[in-house]
Design a protein around this ligand. Structure first.
Ligand code: ZN
Length: 346
């Protein structure tokens, strides 16, 4: 591949920490070797122009056939969730320690901007679900000081704060109740601390509760448009309009089953499907409010993307469809920087 001529990408979501920590993940050292497995490591990131993003700490549900009355995996034991979350958070810091200054966990917009300018990979610590956080919010305060700057209230199961959606095609995201009292308190605490609240995975009532409570921009780090792909994980037009009204943003999820009209998990999906999605979102919420939230290492991508090295092919397709340099910079990272600045402060 020739030199990447596109603006550096800052991305709203990846699950590489979970992959590195898994049975075949190889631990923190594997992040520095060009791998065949998964989507993201440092050598492939450089090749693809990926300069950083939100690195998710996600806790898998233990294997069980138990389901809640609404068909979700049951809430996690908070002690288990905290132990697993600390393991994944430690993985992030071990990667930083071994990077020789090439990878930094950033806590401010100034640090993020410096990394993007200097070619250092910037990582924002993100928790995908509040399962590890107690309702006294002690863990939240400690994690904030450790570097937590972004929190999805839920993954696809209930917790003390809210309820997520199961990923279902052809069904509305209005699948269950809104935030609990503790969930409303969590929103206020995140606003006070300057932790970004992520509405991806939240059910629709939870979304509207957050919209009514928060004083920060509404952000869906890795979700798509329901109008083009009717999945519970995607955002309806009224939700997109609320995000626009709050000057928030949407990170495009590269998962083919969240992109395709038929919801199929089929890697034989043309880039054009991603471009159509970007076009739709840009038309609905504006070029200032769309970015990427690849979900690398968490979903199946189009074979035309393949892994993070395929990002320039997406950028090139967008350029061919009329996105100029200024628009590409916004999509690639400027919108994320703006929203994080509005959320975290200077
Ligand atoms: Zn997710």
């Amino acid at each position: 591949m020739g030199r990447n001529v596109f603006p550096v990408v800052f991305d709203g979501h990846n699950d590489v920490l979970e992959r590195l920590g898994g049975p075949d993940g190889g631990g923190p050292g594997a992040f520095f070797e060009r791998g065949e497995k998964g989507h993201l490591d440092l050598p492939r990131a450089w090749a693809g122009g990926f300069g950083g993003g939100l690195f998710a700490v996600w806790v898998p549900s233990p294997k069980t056939s138990e389901r809640t009355p609404r068909g979700l995996p049951p809430a996690l034991d908070p002690a288990y969730a905290l132990r697993r979350s600390l393991a994944a958070t430690a993985m992030l810091f071990r990667v930083e320690d071994r990077s020789g200054g090439k990878f930094r966990v950033v806590r401010t917009v100034a640090e993020l901007q410096r990394c993007l300018d200097e070619g250092v990979m910037a990582a924002v610590l993100h928790f995908e679900g509040g399962d590890a956080i107690d309702t006294d919010l002690d863990a939240l305060h400690v994690l904030y000081r450790a570097g937590l700057r972004s929190l999805g209230l839920v993954w696809g199961r209930p917790n003390a704060f809210a309820e997520g959606v199961a990923a279902h095609f052809g069904r509305s995201p209005d699948t269950g109740p809104g935030l609990t009292k503790a969930g409303r308190e969590l929103v206020h605490a995140c606003n006070d601390l300057g932790i970004m609240i992520d509405v991806s995975h939240l059910n629709e009532r939870g979304f509207w509760d957050v919209a009514a409570l928060t004083d920060a921009p509404l952000v869906a780090t890795h979700s798509n448009a329901y109008a083009l792909c009717p999945s519970t994980r995607n955002l309806t037009d009224p939700q997109l309009d609320a995000i626009a009204a709050s000057d928030g943003m949407i990170g495009l999820n590269f998962g083919v089953h969240f992109l395709r009209e038929d919801g199929a998990e089929d890697a034989n999906t043309p880039l054009e499907v991603m471009v159509r999605h970007i076009n739709y979102l840009v038309e609905r919420v504006g070029i200032e409010r769309v970015g990427f939230g690849s979900d690398f290492d968490g979903i199946s991508v189009s074979q035309e993307i393949g892994d993070v090295t395929g990002l320039p092919r997406l950028m090139s397709a967008l350029r061919e469809r009329g996105y100029d340099d200024q628009a590409l910079r916004k999509l690639a990272h400027e919108n994320w920087v703006r929203v994080l600045r509005k959320t975290w402060g200077e």
